[in-house]
Design a protein around this ligand. Structure first.
Ligand code: ACO
Length: 371
């Protein structure tokens, strides 16, 4: 029997990420996500996903240096960005700019593993700059050169806002990046693997993934969540809003998951971050409304929040523009996409499933005048 949406279909093997949907356990290369969120940082997690082990001190220093060194965009890419419509969708911009990066990468068509790792480093380092610069360009703000030190989270907030971020903001974003880094064969990663299995280049595979992440059923959900919170406006209006939504058979974004049948372990950390940031910034309203929605949705539908639900209020309190939430998801997931692309190239076979034909049969061609 064909399962719509390939539900529960095991489409390959991978050592990168294990999702246990029944018990709500998420593991990157053997390490539980709770352990990594509490103790690691995003740069270390990228290394772990790509190379299958945590780096030692010198490996870590070399890897961070490489990521820091490649943060700048060349002037052709910046000029291209300036020529684009200021009201462009940021995911369209990101997808297109990653394509443009390939035009100026001398190794773009080189398929050696080393060249692919170099490209993965460059595109991972440059995505935050593309996102921040696009926001500056559309708001007529200066483009600050990326810092040549510090974490990706700190540098991104610096380039976006033009000031050094405080420690809580940097730490919150860093943990969010860890939590979004990989998730087995989610839709965008699957798209990346399908593309790379044709032996197309890494950039083309990443572009396929970015286009897939954009959809509101996938990474686009985080933006819809904050719009819902803003529309509800006050905790006293939550119950009526949710009742009305479900009475009209509508979905609530940020809830439900194809694999998790219990709490998404990533939501646990994002919920706490939403609470902590709310207290620190005097904006607990978003956390409290989110909690009330969570209770209602669990009671009415038995659904749990996914990674997109609490990340929305976290990003909102970090002052990030709403339409950049999904690009920030990409800024993290590029680590997982790259890991899967490298794994696919290392043991490749074309991914080409079949479809059961349901169309008409045995029709006879008639000329256009006789139709
Ligand atoms: N709100 C209300 N009802 C829901 C929701 C929701 N968010 N999610 C699932 N349901 C209901 C469906 O209406 C359906 O009910 P029915 O059987 O009575 O028709 C049932 O639960 C199964 O839902 P499907 O959409 O078939 O589940 P599927 O596994 O195909 O989809 C998905 C998973 C896309 C995540 C879904 O839960 C959804 O649309 N959620 C909202 C969008 C979202 O938050 N996406 C982000 C997911 S996480 C990520 O990609 C990073």
């Amino acid at each position: 029997m064909i399962k719509a949406g390939l539900e529960d279909v095991v489409a390959g093997t991978s050592s990168i990420c294990d999702v246990n949907g029944k018990d709500g356990i998420l593991v990157y290369q053997g390490y539980n996500i709770h352990d990594l969120a509490q103790n690691s940082n995003f740069e270390e997690v990228i290394y772990l996903l790509w190379f299958g082990k945590l780096p030692n001190k010198s490996e870590y220093a070399t890897f961070c240096k490489a990521l820091q060194k490649h943060r700048s965009l060349n002037e052709h890419v910046i000029n291209f960005m300036k020529s684009c419509p200021k009201d462009a969708n940021p995911m369209d911009m990101l997808r297109t700019c990653v394509s443009v990066l390939a035009l100026y990468d001398a190794e773009a068509q080189n398929s050696d593993r080393e060249a692919n790792i170099n490209k993965a480093i460059r595109v991972t380092a440059q995505i935050p700059t593309i996102i921040a610069y696009f926001n500056c360009i559309r708001n007529n703000k200066p483009l600050l050169p990326p810092k040549e030190d510090g974490s990706m989270a700190a540098n991104f907030l610096y380039m976006l806002n033009g000031v050094n971020p405080d420690d809580l903001s940097t730490k919150s974003l860093d943990i969010a990046l860890i939590l979004h880094a990989d998730h087995e064969l989610n839709a965008s990663t699957f798209a990346a693997r399908v593309a790379s299995a044709t032996l197309t280049d890494l950039y083309s595979s990443v572009v396929a993934a970015i286009g897939t992440l954009k959809g509101p059923l996938h990474g686009g959900a985080n933006q819809e969540v904050i719009k819902t919170l803003i529309e509800i406006g006050d905790i006293s209006k939550v119950d009526a809003f949710i009742k009305d939504l479900f009475a009209n058979h509508k979905k609530i974004m940020g809830f439900g998951h194809r694999v998790y049948k219990t709490e998404d372990p990533r939501a646990h950390h994002l919920r706490q971050m939403s609470k902590d940031l709310g207290i620190k910034l005097g904006q607990s309203k978003w956390y409290e409304m989110s909690r009330a929605i969570e209770e209602d949705v669990l009671k009415e539908k038995g659904l749990y929040p996914n990674v997109d639900f609490y990340s929305a209020s976290v990003y909102y309190m970090l002052g990030i523009p709403i339409d950049l939430y999904t690009p920030i998801f990409a800024m993290s997931r590029i680590s997982g996409w790259s890991a899967h692309i490298l794994e696919q190239y290392a043991n490749n076979r074309l991914i080409r499933p079949r479809a059961e034909y349901t169309g008409p049969k045995n029709l006879k061609y008639t000329t256009i005048d006789n139709r």
